[in-house]
Each structure stands twice: as structure tokens, then as C-alpha cells.
Design a protein around this ligand. Structure first.
Ligand SMILES: [Zn+2]
Length: 325
């Protein structure tokens, strides 16, 4: 081998060695860089996780505050909504605002009250007083529940005593017209007003206060052919007097005939207590003994369904049928 050839071989070997060393150094540097990059990524991840945790914690705190606010608001509404027997002038005149809602189903649902889930039931008796009034009062007393009596005008001594017993027991005396004579009281506005004044004065003579609740004979949705005056006009008149009218949304159907099968009345109630404010229609009348027979079971059904008993007052969301005029 010549000297030249050996020199060339050495140079090649040296170059290869140098390239290998450079590559090795490069690899080491690259590996080091990669390592530090990974740790930076880890740091970032950790920081992000911490931030998320803090966000969740503050969101939870906010939800907690909202819940407290909602709970406070609910408490406040409960206080306002607690149905009471006292019907003062201001709350009575405030009631007509609800009259613009003609749909029966809309009325109780539209009230943004009772977010705590309390559901109410109002026992109402039309057409009294009668020979059954005492029996009804005894049963109500046994269950310690109060009811609303939409009464007619009967000024004999026996019936005057019955009005007093109703009021003295803490039940509410409300108007159901003096005469309950469709042809007479619905003949014209003047006749209705005259009838209204008579029943209002009669109840005031018993309780010392003008009554503020009215139930139209036949209900506000009646389509009586003998009626010659518009129901809207009558409703407007009552609202002008500071009086609210109430229909019903649970019908025992005891009004469909005398002494109907009590089992039918009970099951009608049991299947209809679907509202937040359930107004049950019953009759206090001489030929409705089976309504009284059914009353304990009707009350027990309401208790079993977890309802709170109350009397209708100016604070009760109005239950209105659709007036057809
Ligand atoms: Zn009636």
C-alpha cells in the first residue's frame, strides 16, 4: 500500500469518526431538549388541572348561593300565599287582576307560587244552609279542617242560626246569590245587583264584614237559556265591588241529582286532585245526604294525597271557568 493511499484511508476514517461524534452530540442534545420539553408539558397540564379545580369550586359556591336565594324566595312566597281567613279591603281589590285569565286550567298553573311543592285543597259547599249543615260541620270539626260555604239567602231563625254556626266554627261564609233563581237573578243587571246586595247584607249581618267571595249559580261558564245578561258584565260588576268569583276544578258531581252514589262522589274526587289549588264542589242541601255520607272519605282521600286544607280567601289564586257570555 502506498503512503498516499494510507493517508487517504486515514482521512476517510477520521471523517467518519468526526461525523459519528457530531451525530452522537446532536443526539444527546436532542434527547436533552426533548426531556425538558416533556417536563414543560407536564407543568402546563398540572397548571391547567389546578385552574379547572378552582373554576369548579367557585361554580359550586355560586350554585350554593343561588340555592340559598331560591330557598329564601320560596319562604317569602309561602308567607304571602298562606291562605288566610281575613279578607281585608286592599287584598280584596287586588284580586280582580286575575280575571283576565279565562282558562280554568291556566289559572292555578300560572301562579309562580308554592315552589316547595305544597298543594292545596278547598272544600266548598253550595246552596246551604240546610238540614245537613250541622252534620257537615260535625265532620269538618272531627277532621279539624275548614271549608268555604257559598250560601243562599234564608232568613228564618233556624237557618240564621246555621249561618252563625258556620262562621263561629271558623269556616268562610261566601255568596252564592240570595235567590238562586236563575230566571230572576239573571234577568238583567239591575236584578243581579239587587240580589247581590241582599246576600252581601245578610252575610255581613252575621259576620260583621262584607263578604268578598262569590260563586255564580250554575258557575261562570253557564249557558242558561233564561240568562239575559252577559257573564262578563256580571264578573266586571263583582270585581268593581272588590269581590272575586270562584268556580271549581274538582267536581264531585253531587249536583247532577239528589243523593248520588257516595262511591261515585269519592272516586270523582280521588281521580281529580291534579291541581296545585284544588277547589272541590259539593252541595249543602236537604236532598244531598249522600254528599255528607261521602265527606269523611273525601277528606281522607285529600289527606292521603298529601294536600293542605285551606279556606278560599282573596289570596287564593282564582279558579275560573271560561265565560261564554
Ligand atoms: Zn247552586
Amino acid at each position: 500500500m502506498s503512503v498516499n493511499k494510507r493517508k487517504r484511508k486515514n482521512i476517510v476514517l477520521l471523517s467518519m469518526f468526526a461525523v459519528t461524534v457530531i451525530l452522537l452530540v446532536f443526539c444527546v442534545v436532542f434527547a436533552f431538549k426533548l426531556g425538558s420539553l416533556q417536563s414543560q408539558i407536564d407543568d402546563l397540564k398540572e397548571a391547567r388541572a389546578l385552574k379547572l379545580q378552582m373554576e369548579v369550586a367557585s361554580a359550586n359556591a355560586a350554585v350554593g348561593q343561588e340555592e340559598t336565594k331560591v330557598a329564601q324566595a320560596t319562604d317569602g312566597q309561602d308567607g304571602e300565599n298562606e291562605p288566610s281567613n281575613s279578607q281585608n279591603e286592599s287584598s280584596a281589590t287586588a284580586a280582580p287582576e286575575q280575571s283576565t285569565e279565562p282558562d280554568e286550567a291556566d289559572v292555578p298553573e300560572a301562579e309562580p307560587t308554592d315552589t316547595d311543592g305544597t298543594r292545596y285543597v278547598y272544600l266548598t259547599f253550595d246552596d246551604g244552609p240546610s238540614k245537613n249543615t250541622e252534620r257537615i260541620l260535625t265532620i269538618l270539626d272531627q277532621y279539624n279542617v275548614k271549608a268555604t260555604f257559598f250560601v243562599n239567602g234564608r232568613e228564618d231563625a233556624v237557618n240564621m242560626e246555621r249561618y252563625r254556626k258556620i262562621a263561629d266554627a271558623g269556616h268562610t261564609l261566601a255568596m252564592h246569590s240570595y235567590s238562586h233563581d236563575y230566571e230572576k237573578m239573571y234577568a238583567c243587571m239591575e236584578a243581579f245587583v239587587e240580589d247581590y246586595e241582599r246576600i252581601s247584607a245578610l252575610i255581613e249581618s252575621v259576620t260583621g264584614e262584607r263578604p268578598t267571595l262569590y260563586r255564580f249559580p250554575g258557575g261562570s261558564s253557564n249557558k242558561l237559556s233564561v240568562r239575559k245578561v252577559s257573564m262578563t258584565a256580571l264578573a266586571d260588576f263583582l270585581h268593581g265591588e272588590g269581590v272575586e268569583y270562584f268556580d271549581w276544578n274538582v267536581d264531585t258531581t253531587d249536583g247532577e241529582g239528589p243523593n248520588r252514589d257516595p262511591a261515585v262522589l269519592i272516586s270523582n274526587v280521588a281521580n281529580s286532585l291534579k291541581n296545585e289549588h284544588n277547589v272541590i264542589l259539593m252541595h249543602d242541601a236537604g236532598d244531598h245526604d249522600t254528599t255528607v255520607d261521602a265527606l269523611p272519605s273525601i277528606i281522607q282521600t285529600c289527606i292521603d294525597q298529601g294536600l293542605t286544607f285551606s279556606v278560599i280567601s282573596a289570596d287564593t289564586p282564582a279558579v275560573h271557568h271560561t265565560i261564554s257570555d
